[in-house]
Design a protein around this ligand. Structure first.
Ligand SMILES: NC(=O)c1ccc[n+]([C@@H]2O[C@H](COP(=O)([O-])OP(=O)(O)OC[C@H]3O[C@@H](n4cnc5c(N)ncnc54)[C@H](O)[C@@H]3O)[C@@H](O)[C@H]2O)c1
Ligand SMILES: N[C@@H](CCO)C(=O)O
Ligand code: NA
Length: 440
């Protein structure tokens, strides 16, 4: 059979992984796909760099649209990142009847509904395994392996950069800035690393998984997002005293009970019991826990970023598309796991509706009655205390830290209580609030 012909836009970290693996494993890949997969054209802004990667036999063009419109290309790979020109490139390729493989979660989280609709109308596939948790085949698991289940929730460490930073800070005492710099050098970070650090990248990924899990349109605007830039080393240490690790988690949950029906979608630093496997996922590694009603909890672990791990997922998509390229589009696996005419309209829940356990750290002056004031406020808002710790009073500041672990409480109640506590004269250093997830 004649080879499947690939055009690549963007020859950076991910594209290099793709090209190198395609060369090294050509034999296995052909035996699996049933046809050779051959890169015939790449776009590059720096010709020398592209030539060093693909050699002289591959056409190198300046204009990405030449890749999108190339008459011989069957599948385009989008590894530029960002919203534009990536969006125009993908839509142009679809309009020209090309299948698309992309690693770009930002693009799909913001514009996926439009892109998948265009692909559906044209009868082509847009595949994106590399976009979520890098090399881990979690999109495949959600879309195919778990398709018998009603998904209950997903919780994942889905940003390698922040997990790398948290790990180096905790294990090696690196500063935040040094750890971020190394993550950038290793090719893990986004072009704009605030996307990593502020939780936006994780929110892009959990938004896509939420749509796949619950059969709803992609709704990035509904995500509540909090990153790790304000996380204090003191809270990591106190969490450990209670037996918890702090990880940046992307969480999506279907809440369906007598009073509430909807979907939670949130990213924030989270306390996880240290006995959970996922609490021990370190460095650039990612892990995604998916709870299905039939299968129970399942865990997917592996490298969430990096050239070849991400390239591994891009090529898995290329092989999938190659295998089904001649199939009637109606018989291909739907982009978002559910048939596009069967998407549900389930409300997205605000953060204020979340019910979980909370970690609170208060910085208080050492005055009589302060603890009584705090516990009275908590009780007034239906928040019961599970455990409490107070540090010794600092000689210089006369302040102490009071750390409180609550039982399950509602976020809106906790927020009201926190603002009342902050208003107490004895609370001089603000209140830190973190969420706790048992993930059992
Ligand atoms: N690096 C990773 O570990 C990783 C993992 C998963 C997903 N991703 C995603 O993969 C995509 C690429 O990431 P990367 O790390 O390879 O980035 P990169 O910066 O290493 O490479 C991007 C490439 O695209 C080219 N490019 C960028 N803007 C362009 C434009 N406007 N016109 C033409 N060419 C342009 C650049 O010149 C470069 O060759 C992003 O969407 C990223 O989020 C990266
Ligand atoms: N910047 C992302 C790349 C993988 O999507 C990360 O650190 O996880
Ligand atoms: Na993946």
């Amino acid at each position: 059979m004649k080879p499947i012909k690939i055009g690549i836009a963007g020859t950076g970290v991910v594209a290099s992984g793709v090209v190198n693996i395609l060369k090294r494993n050509a034999d296995e890949i052909t035996r699996r796909a049933g046809r050779d997969i051959e890169v015939i054209v790449v776009s590059s802004r720096t010709r020398a760099k592209a030539e060093a990667l693909v050699g002289n036999d591959v056409q190198i063009v300046n204009d990405i649209m030449e890749v999108a419109r190339h008459p011989d290309v069957d599948i385009v790979v989008e590894t530029m990142g960002g919203y534009e020109p990536a969006k125009s490139f993908v839509l142009e390729a679809i309009a020209h009847g090309k299948h698309v493989v992309t690693a770009n979660k930002a693009l799909l989280a913001e514009h996926g509904n439009e892109i998948f609709k265009a692909a559906q109308d044209k009868g082509v596939t847009v595949a994106f395994e590399a976009a979520v948790a890098g090399g881990i085949p979690v999109i495949k698991a959600l879309r195919e392996g778990l398709s018998a289940n009603r998904i209950e929730w997903i919780a994942g460490i889905i940003n390698g950069t922040t997990n790398f930073i948290l790990t180096q800070m905790r294990e090696k005492g690196w500063t935040f800035a040094d750890a971020l710099k190394v993550a950038q050098e290793l090719g893990y970070a986004e072009a704009d690393p605030t996307f990593d650090v502020e939780g936006v990248d994780a929110a892009h990924k959990i938004t896509l998984m939420s749509a796949l899990a619950f059969g709803v349109p992609i709704d990035f605007k509904a995500a509540s997002i909090e990153g790790i830039s304000k996380l204090a080393a003191a809270d990591i240490a106190y969490a450990e005293k209670f037996g918890y690790r702090i990880k940046l988690l992307g969480i999506t949950k279907r809440v369906s009970n007598g009073t509430t029906d909807g979907i939670e979608l949130r990213v924030h630093p989270t306390l996880i019991p240290e006995s959970r496997l996922i609490a021990n996922v370190n460095g650039v590694m990612n892990a995604v826990l998916v709870k299905g009603d039939a299968v129970g909890a399942t865990l997917y672990y592996g490298a969430g970023a990096g050239s070849e791990p991400t390239g591994s997922s891009v090529i898995a998509d290329l092989i999938d598309v190659t295998r089904t390229i001649t199939a009637d589009p109606e018989h291909r696996v739907p982009h978002l796991a559910f048939q596009p005419d069967s998407l549900a309209s389930i409300p997205m829940l605000p953060l204020s509706a979340v019910k979980t356990r909370y970690y609170l750290r208060l910085t208080a002056q050492d005055r009589t009655g302060v603890l009584a004031d705090i516990t009275r406020i908590l009780a007034n808002h239906d928040i019961s205390v599970d455990a409490m710790l107070q540090t010794e009073v600092d000689d210089a500041t006369k302040e102490a830290h009071i750390v409180i672990m609550t039982h399950v409480s509602q976020e809106s109640n906790v927020d009201t209580a926190v603002s009342e506590i902050k208003a107490l004269a004895s609370i001089t250093g603000g209140v830190v609030k973190l969420r706790v997830e048992e993930l059992g």
